[in-house]
Write a protein that binds this ligand. Structure first.
Ligand code: FES
Ligand code: FES
Length: 153
């Protein structure tokens, strides 16, 4: 089936099995390897992307869900001013260890900064509650996002 959508600000077309997982389309067909697979069951957030502006887990969506939509992966978000700001803040606070969870955290944090952005720990915790990190505590991640909230305003 032919589908078309916008991927990181570019119009794309692809002939694909409509039931292929969107995560696999992103990684295999478009070579965007920043989006990770952790649990494969919609629980860990490693595969988070923005679909029509909202964070979703791409491992539980199929290619058909992308048709006619606008998608940003971590690669696209990393090019945006708020994405760059967040990356700097994660870097400064040493919030990342192995980095596997980082793309998902970046996408969810980006959404928070775009839609709210208040330096409010409870709100930030809630916004990132779908993202799991196996390496570390979450405190530095929260600090990073708080720092980005301050710098953005
Ligand atoms: S890999 Fe998609 S939520 Fe874990
Ligand atoms: S830094 Fe390793 S899973 Fe989060």
């Amino acid at each position: 089936m032919k589908i078309s959508f916008t991927l990181n600000d570019k119009k794309v077309n692809i002939d694909v099995d409509p039931m292929k997982r969107l995560l696999d389309v992103i990684r295999e067909d478009f070579g965007l390897l920043g989006t990770k697979e952790g649990c494969g069951e919609g629980e860990c957030g490693a595969c988070t992307i923005l679909l029509n502006g909202k964070p979703v887990t791409s491992c539980i969506l199929n290619a058909i869900h992308a048709d006619g939509k606008e998608i940003y992966t971590v690669e696209g978000i990393a090019e945006k001013p708020i994405g760059k700001l967040l990356i700097d803040c994660f870097d400064e606070t040493n919030a990342v260890q192995c980095g596997f969870c980082f793309p998902g955290f970046l996408v969810s944090s980006y959404y928070y900064l775009k839609t709210d952005g208040e330096k409010n720990l409870d709100k930030i915790k809630k916004a990132l509650s779908g993202n799991i990190c196996r390496c570390t505590g979450y405190q530095k991640v929260f600090e990073s996002v708080m720092l980005a909230c301050v710098r953005k305003s």
